[in-house]
Every structure is written in structure tokens, then in C-alpha cells.
Design a binder for this molecule. Structure first.
Ligand code: NAG
Ligand code: NAG
Ligand code: NAG
Ligand code: NAG
Ligand code: NAG
Ligand code: NAG
Ligand code: NAG
Ligand code: NAG
Length: 780
């Protein structure tokens, strides 16, 4: 080829030669005002992770970033996705403070488009994170960043890159799918963070919402239970009124990872193992996964559960809006309330294992507690639901207004959601028809169906009246193995306040070491006793709950039955069955009432208490040392059967050992064993001591009463046996005291109890010294 006019070439030569040569010599990752990048050049990041260069798809050429070390060219960012170069003649350079892509000599195809900043000539640098930055020049990469590719993502979110928006600087960082595998131009799918108040990510097809991750709840998005703490990724989400972002970090340096919105609208997370170098991208996670991920599949107030036979169901208290279509599987119309909200007197229905819903309006306040959240929601008539904003801390507040939609329920990994329902649905006291406020645990709609069906059948058959319930059952597997016994109800604090007339003195019936006791009546008429625990139990809410669940499982006819509890911030309240004959001491102290306690009754009471203690000590699932056994903790039912109360307190107040030292001596002096009172050392033998004291004390009463009309002649030996057992139990040395099974044996069997001929204490000391350490070997 013959050169006729050398000038254009000379100009080109002068313009570019020095710079081109400089590229090969100078830093491989930077373009300065005097260098540029042309078709066959590329920038390689300092750690050789990423490359910026030109690539071709179809008939077009694009400027993009891909991985350097990966055999399959995987483009993670495209500069000019919607303005491809027709020929491979693009040049990337810095001009007028912007990084521009020029086709030919003067056609600007793409530009960083920042307005003039007055800064010195900036430089562009490809960082090892895959971020292309335009920044002020500075010796040690310290120049101010003017523009960065991380703020203008294509379809890929790299570790450290943020998705989200910032209204102050007017940023919207979202992913847009490629049109085609061969065409990086903007496709129809978009993945961005919600701008309506919730920190959640949304996939849209054009303007139609297709999928929602659910709001961030402290550790993950509520609709993505797979987002568990793991050794590969750290997930983060931040939100302020001005900014919301989501990002992740890669924790394992032998992996490469990317999150991509593919052209069919799926979010896929891939990993590449650099060590094994098996040459493929492995799919680590994807969404949406199942049909319940389809946005609002079951419509407003419809709950989607892939593991339920019908997939879509209505929230309890709601019914399908269009029943005919619904039965045919057309569920998008959702559900409507059966009874209108009344604003005042409404309550909340708790749904478990939920993906938190979407609505037109949501408010997040992470400084609030869940209780404050409930109150705030109750006080606002437009609030339809609330939930915790931080599942890790169990605090924070999300409130919703408008219709709730896109409710999904998981088998595991969801969270609690409280939906506002009118009082009639909850069976509040003003409530009219049914008091069935059991939470619809939609965990398994099938199971529920079965239970309801069974119940209905049973009710019909037996002709029983509806068993009224209030509140909420603990929802776990443990409840299944022990049947009705562990049906523990969780009461809301508001209910408790109503029952006790705000803990009025007129309702107070007792005072114990662990708190005050109030009397109350459930809506179904059942009388209950409430124990409001003093606040220094030192136990966390979860611990307390577990403890109560365990204790509720202890069922014995000589123990007061625990019906439920209420946990609300500082408040811990236990709800027991009410005993109309009150406590034993009230009976004994009352001269007129004490008459009704003849010896037979007294002996039954002693044996009953012994059985109750035996159960606590040895036969129950838990070994419980009462630590505060005394007459006032023995309650009597209609038939004068004794029932031990406060038996779980020792555990709740932090004692689950069989013997241990405790700083806090709980109990009542006078009933306390010496080693416990003096050294804080307690064991089952401390309870034995208290039992003994109690008996001895009773014997005093009995002896007094001998003079009154009571005849004890027939039970003479019983009385003496009791005295002896009492003495046995109060021996100074804990090892010498019998255990409860021996006590019961001795109380019941005359032959075991020769009448004492010697001073009782010595006699019994000698007797007991034959016993091995903690076991009593009974010899005939
Ligand atoms: C980058 O450019 C160099 C020099 O032209 C070339 O050898 C290398 O293959 C290019 N790298 C990539 C990833 O294109
Ligand atoms: C350009 O693309 C069209 C279809 O997209 C194809 O038919 C044609 O062969 C391509 N041209 C070249 C030069 O690759
Ligand atoms: C950015 O530059 C392109 C041309 O390169 C132009 O079409 C577009 O309007 C510019 N955008 C802004 C926000 O200035
Ligand atoms: C380089 O870094 C050091 C330490 O961070 C800093 O003191 C110095 O000012 C920096 N130099 C420039 C030119 O920014
Ligand atoms: C970007 O986000 C702002 C709010 O931060 C919003 O007002 C604006 O409409 C968004 N722009 C686009 C193109 O989405
Ligand atoms: C990182 O990933 C590699 C490959 O999967 C694995 O062999 C290695 O144990 C991981 N390292 C850590 C610290 O988890
Ligand atoms: C997009 O991702 C989904 C989920 O991983 C996958 O089933 C689908 O084939 C992908 N589509 C394309 C075009 O790769
Ligand atoms: C459905 O049940 C299967 C098997 O129990 C479980 O693995 C899966 O996580 C459940 N799906 C949902 C969405 O809970």
C-alpha cells in the first residue's frame, strides 16, 4: 500500500505512539491522560484477577471486564452494552475529565458522563476487585474517586459491590439481565432494591414484579432461609432513610464468586474453585426456586406453602375473595377478611415460619422492641401487621399498612409475623362467639386439617362442648410426644393486664419469694392463679421459655398444674390452675378452718407431698430441687389433695444442678437445711430437710389438737411414724437423711418403723449411718 499523504499517519503516530509504548511499560492496570486502550490492548488488575478489554459477541464489539484466570471468558461488566461498536476500532481514553469510548476518531460511543469537577486530569484504574475507577491522580492510589464501574453494574454483582440506591447522590445500583447469551444489551429483567421502605431486593420483568427476597431481617432476607452464616460468604445489608444497600463478601480466597441475574430472570450465585480448577462454574444458589416464590401467587392475605396439598391458603379469619376461581386454582385475587377490623380492641394473630409480606407501605424502626412494635401497631388503625426487624436480636420493628401480599410459609427458617385481626377472631373478653384464639400454625395445613377433622369427629361423637382456648400454643415438636400435658398457652401481656385488672391489689392473693400472686379468670370461666415473677431471675427470654416448657411437662397429681405463661420484655408471668382451698398454712393458721383437717386428711397430705417431691426428685424428666418447700407452698384442691407449687422456681432461678453452690440463697429460713442456709449448698437432701421440718411443725399442731376433739387413737402409730420420719429428715448431716422414696416407703409401712426407744436423734443417726451415701437399701 502506497502512502500518498503521510500527514494523517504522522498525526496518528505522534498522537498515539508514545502512549501505546507506555502502556506496555507502565502499570498494566491504569490509563492516564496520556495513554489509551485500543482494540487489542487490555488492562490487567494488579493481582491479575480481572481484565478490561474489548470482546466480541455476535457482530458487535464491547468494552468489558472479565476474569483473567478463568478459561471460560465470563464477562462481569460491559461499558457500552447498549451502544456496541460495529467494528473493532474502539479506543478508550480520558478526555475532559471523563473516561470515553470513541469509535473511529471522534464518535463518542460511551462516557463516564460526569460533569466537570475542576479536578486535575484523572486517571482510570482497574482494581483487583473488578472495579474500574476514575479518580484523581495521587501517589499512593489515594486520589478521590470520581466514577466507578461498581456503581453502574451490568448483570453481575461481584463481592464488595453494592446493590441499592442512595437518594442523596442519586445512585441506583441495579442489575439488568443480558438480552441474550450472545447479546449483552439490556434485557427485560431487572434486579434492584425496593424504594418503598423495606430493604428487600426485587426482580422485575419490565415493570412487573416477579420475585421478592423479602425484607432484610438482620442476618438474611426473610424469604431466603438458605442465607445462613457460612464459611464462604458474609452477607450485609444497610439502610438509612437516604440509602439502602446490599452487599456480600467472599471469605474463601481459593474461590471466585459472582451473583448474576440471568436472561430468564433468575438470580444465580456461582462459584469457581481455583484450587481444583475443574474448569466450571458451580451453581451455589438460585432464586426464585419454587412456585411460592412467584410474586403474590396466592394474592393478598393468601399464604403460599409448597408443602401443603393446596399450595394456597387464606390467613385464619380470611376467606377466598373469589371462592369459585380459588377452588379451580386461580388464586391471584387472594383472600378477604371475614370480620372487619374495629381498630380498638383488635389483636394479633401469630403466623410462624413466614417470609415477611409485601405491601404498599412498610415502616422499619430498628430501635424499637417487639413489644413497642405491637403497641405502636395497635395504636395505629392503619397498621395491619408487625414483625421483628432483626431476628438475631429478636428486636426491631417492621409495621405494614395496606393489604399484605406475597406471604410464603416455610417448613423451617421463616419468622414470626403478627397480623391484626378483630377481637372476635381472637376471643378477647369483649369477644362474642368463639374464644378459640389458637394461633393457626400453618406449618402443616394438612396436619391442621387432620386435627380439626379429628376434633370435629370426636366432638360430635362425645357431644362435648367446645373446648375454649385462649392465646397461643408453643409451637414445637416437643409438644407432640407428650400430648395434651404440654399444651402450654402463651398469653399476651395485655390479656394478663385485663385478667388482673392491671395487677390490682384486690386481685392479689399471695406473696412469695419469687413474686406476687394474683387471682384471675379466663374468658372461659376457668379460675387461675398468676405468679408475676420478680425481675431478677437472671434468665433470658429463650431460656425462660425453654424452662417453662420443660416444667409444663411435669405432670403429677401432687403438683400444681402450670397452664401457661406470659413473656413480655421484663415481665415473666406464670399461669397456674387455681386452688380454691388455698395454701396449707392459711388453713392451719386459721383456728376455725384448721378443724376440718382431721388426721386422715393430714396424713394424706403428708403422703401426697412426699409423692410430689419424689416425682420432682427422681421420677420426672428433670431433677428438680424445690428449695423452698413450706406449708405456704402447698396448695389444697377441692378434695384436700395437696399440690406443691413453685416447684419450677429453683430451675427458673438458675439452678439445674443436683448439688451446687449458690450465691443467692433462696427459700425460707426455718425450713432450710443448715448446709444450705450457711454455705449455700443445696441438694435433694435440702428438700428432704424442709419436708422434715414441715412435718415436725405439723406434729406440734397435732399434739395440740389431741386435746381438742380429734381422735388419733386409731392412727397412733401413723403419727409416731411421721414424727420419726420427720426426725430422720432433719438430721444435720445431709448424707444421713433418707431420700424421698425411702420416706414414702417408711410412711406407708409400719414394720419399717419400730417405735423409738432411745432419744430419737441418736437412734436415727445410728439407723441412718447404715445407709450408703445416697441410696437407701431397704431391709425387711
Ligand atoms: C491482554 O493483552 C495482552 C497483550 O496484548 C495479550 O497477550 C493478552 O492475551 C491479553 N489478555 C486477555 C485476557 O485478553
Ligand atoms: C452478523 O449477524 C447476523 C445475524 O445476527 C449474521 O447473519 C451475520 O452472518 C453476521 N455477520 C458477520 C460478519 O458475522
Ligand atoms: C451520557 O452520555 C451518553 C452519550 O455517551 C448520552 O447519550 C447520555 O445522555 C449521557 N447521560 C447523561 C446522564 O448525561
Ligand atoms: C500516601 O499515603 C501516606 C500514608 O497513608 C500519606 O501520608 C500521604 O499523604 C499519601 N500521599 C499522597 C500523595 O497522597
Ligand atoms: C433512582 O433512585 C432515586 C431515588 O434514590 C429515584 O428517585 C429515581 O427515580 C431513580 N431513578 C431511576 C432511573 O430508577
Ligand atoms: C476454601 O474452599 C476450598 C475449595 O472448596 C476448600 O478446599 C477449602 O477448605 C476452603 N477453605 C476454607 C478456609 O474454608
Ligand atoms: C437462569 O437460571 C435458572 C436457575 O438457575 C436456570 O434454570 C435457567 O436455565 C437460567 N437461564 C439461562 C438462560 O441460563
Ligand atoms: C418442603 O418439604 C421438604 C421436605 O420436608 C423440605 O426440604 C423443603 O424445605 C420444604 N419446602 C419449604 C418451602 O419449606
Amino acid at each position: 500500500m502506497k502512502i500518498t499523504n503521510p500527514w494523517p499517519f504522522l498525526i496518528l503516530y505522534l498522537a498515539f505512539f508514545p502512549f501505546s509504548s507506555k502502556i506496555s511499560i507502565a502499570a498494566q492496570d491504569t490509563i492516564t491522560s496520556s495513554t489509551s486502550l485500543s482494540a487489542n490492548d487490555n488492562l490487567t488488575s494488579a493481582g491479575s484477577t480481572f481484565v478490561l478489554g474489548f470482546f466480541t459477541r455476535g457482530n458487535s464489539t464491547y468494552l468489558g471486564i472479565w476474569y483473567k484466570r478463568i478459561s471460560v471468558q465470563t464477562v462481569v461488566w460491559v461499558a457500552n452494552r447498549d451502544a456496541p461498536l460495529s467494528k473493532s476500532t474502539g479506543i478508550l481514553r480520558i478526555d475532559g475529565g471523563n473516561l470515553i469510548l470513541v469509535e473511529g476518531l471522534d464518535k463518542v460511543v460511551w462516557s463516564t458522563n460526569i460533569s466537570k469537577t475542576g479536578a486535575a486530569q484523572p486517571i482510570a484504574q482497574l482494581l483487583d476487585t473488578g472495579n474500574l475507577v476514575l479518580r484523581e491522580d495521587g501517589n499512593n492510589n489515594s486520589g478521590r474517586r470520581l466514577w466507578q464501574s461498581f456503581e453502574h453494574p451490568s448483570d453481575t454483582l461481584l463481592p464488595g459491590m453494592r446493590l441499592g440506591w442512595n437518594s442523596k447522590v442519586g445512585l441506583n445500583r441495579s442489575l439488568t439481565s443480558w438480552k441474550n447469551d450472545d447479546d449483552p444489551s439490556s434485557g427485560d429483567y431487572n434486579y434492584k432494591m425496593d424504594q418503598n421502605g423495606l430493604a428487600q431486593c426485587l426482580v422485575r420483568f419490565q415493570s412487573h414484579l416477579k420475585y421478592r427476597t423479602g425484607p432484610w431481617t438482620g442476618v438474611r432476607f426473610s424469604g431466603v432461609p438458605e442465607m445462613q452464616p457460612n464459611p464462604i460468604y458474609g452477607f450485609y445489608c444497610g439502610s438509612t432513610p437516604d440509602e439502602v444497600f446490599y452487599t456480600y463478601e467472599l471469605l474463601n480466597s481459593s474461590l471466585i464468586s459472582r451473583l448474576v441475574l440471568n436472561r430468564t430472570g433468575h438470580i444465580e450465585r456461582y462459584t469457581w474453585d481455583l484450587e481444583s480448577n475443574d474448569g466450571i462454574w458451580k451453581l451455589y444458589w438460585r432464586a426464585p426456586t419454587d412456585q411460592c416464590d412467584e410474586y403474590s401467587k396466592c394474592g393478598p392475605y393468601g399464604i403460599c406453602n409448597v408443602n401443603s396439598s393446596s399450595v394456597c391458603g387464606c390467613v385464619k379469619g380470611f376467606e377466598p375473595k373469589t371462592p369459585k376461581e380459588w377452588s379451580l386454582g386461580v388464586t391471584s385475587a387472594g383472600c378477604v377478611r371475614k370480620a372487619k377490623l374495629e381498630c380498638t380492641g383488635d389483636g394479633f394473630l401469630k403466623l410462624t415460619e413466614m417470609k415477611l409480606p409485601d405491601s404498599l407501605q412498610a415502616f422499619v424502626d430498628s430501635s424499637k422492641s417487639l413489644e413497642e412494635c405491637e403497641i405502636e401497631c395497635l395504636n395505629s388503625c392503619s397498621c395491619v401487621a408487625y414483625a421483628s426487624a432483626d431476628i438475631a436480636k429478636g428486636s426491631g420493628c417492621i409495621r405494614w399498612a395496606g393489604d399484605l401480599t406475597d406471604l410464603k410459609q416455610f417448613s423451617y427458617g421463616g419468622q414470626d409475623l403478627y397480623i391484626r385481626v378483630p377481637a372476635s377472631e381472637l376471643g378477647h373478653f369483649k369477644g362474642k362467639k368463639t374464644l378459640l384464639a389458637t394461633i393457626l400454625s400453618v406449618n402443616s395445613v394438612v396436619l391442621l386439617f387432620f386435627l380439626c377433622g379429628y376434633y370435629y369427629w370426636w366432638k360430635k361423637k362425645k357431644g362435648y362442648k367446645m373446648n375454649e382456648r385462649h392465646g397461643d400454643i408453643f409451637n414445637d415438636n416437643e409438644t407432640e410426644d407428650s400430648g395434651k400435658s404440654s399444651e402450654l398457652q402463651l398469653f399476651s401481656f395485655n390479656v394478663i393486664v385485663a385478667i388482673t385488672k392491671n395487677f390490682s391489689e384486690s386481685n392479689m392473693i399471695g406473696k412469695g419469694g419469687f413474686g406476687l400472686v394474683y387471682k384471675g379468670q379466663l374468658p372461659n370461666g376457668q379460675e387461675i392463679a398468676l405468679k408475676r415473677l420478680s425481675k431478677n431471675s437472671g434468665q433470658g427470654i429463650d431460656e425462660f421459655k425453654n424452662e417453662v416448657k420443660l416444667i409444663a411437662k411435669l405432670q403429677h397429681k401432687n403438683l400444681v398444674r402450670l397452664l401457661g405463661c406470659c413473656i413480655s420484655r421484663e415481665e415473666k408471668i406464670l399461669i397456674y390452675e387455681y386452688m380454691c382451698n388455698k395454701s396449707l398454712d392459711s388453713l392451719l393458721f386459721d383456728q376455725t378452718r384448721s378443724i376440718i383437717l382431721d388426721w386422715r386428711k393430714r396424713f394424706n397430705i403428708i403422703v401426697g407431698i412426699a409423692r410430689g417431691i419424689l416425682y420432682l426428685h427422681e421420677d420426672s424428666r428433670l431433677r428438680i430441687i424445690h428449695r423452698d418447700l413450706k406449708a405456704s407452698n402447698i396448695l389444697l384442691d377441692d378434695d384436700m389433695n395437696p399440690k406443691i407449687s413453685d416447684f419450677g422456681m429453683a430451675r427458673i432461678f438458675g439452678g439445674n444442678q443436683t448439688q451446687a453452690n449458690t450465691n443467692k440463697v433462696v427459700g425460707t429460713y426455718g425450713y432450710m437445711s443448715p448446709e444450705y442456709a450457711m454455705d449455700g449448698l443445696f441438694s435433694i437432701k435440702s428438700d428432704i430437710f424442709s419436708f422434715g421440718v414441715w412435718e415436725l411443725w405439723k406434729e406440734d399442731r397435732i399434739l395440740e389438737l389431741i386435746d381438742s376433739s380429734m381422735s388419733i387413737s386409731t392412727s397412733n402409730s401413723e403419727v409416731l411414724r411421721c414424727i420419726q420420719v420427720g426426725l430422720l429428715c432433719v438430721q444435720e448431716n445431709a448424707i444421713d437423711r433418707p431420700n424421698m422414696s425411702s420416706v414414702i416407703y417408711m410412711l406407708g409401712d409400719e414394720r419399717m418403723m419400730p417405735l423409738p426407744k432411745q432419744p430419737a436423734f441418736c437412734f436415727w443417726r445410728g439407723y441412718c449411718s447404715d445407709y450408703s451415701r445416697n441410696e437407701i437399701t431397704i431391709r425387711e
